[in-house]
Design a protein around this ligand. Structure first.
Ligand SMILES: [Zn+2]
Length: 80
């Protein structure tokens, strides 16, 4: 989608298609030139995913209990 770089309007029409390429004119503000803005604004913007790294709190409770028991066993064995 081409847009006017001056006012952002889409009401552009081509005036010249010559050696230097195309020249456009804006109906709204009267801008005339070869430079126009190509905007993808109408395209759906891909949603940005907020992926969070796996938190420690996501570890299941039983695994944490097992880890604590395991540590206690190791400490007990060490002390004995
Ligand atoms: Zn314009």
């Amino acid at each position: 989608m081409l847009r006017c770089p001056s006012c952002g309007s889409r009401d552009l029409f081509r005036t010249i298609g010559g050696y230097a390429g195309s020249e456009y004119r804006c109906k709204k503000c009267g801008y005339q030139g070869t430079f126009v803005v190509e905007s993808d604004e109408d395209m759906p913007v891909p949603e940005r995913r907020d992926e969070q790294p796996a938190s420690r709190l996501d570890i299941p409770l039983w695994i944490r209990i097992l880890a604590v028991i395991f540590l206690l066993v190791i400490i007990a064995l060490y002390l004995l």
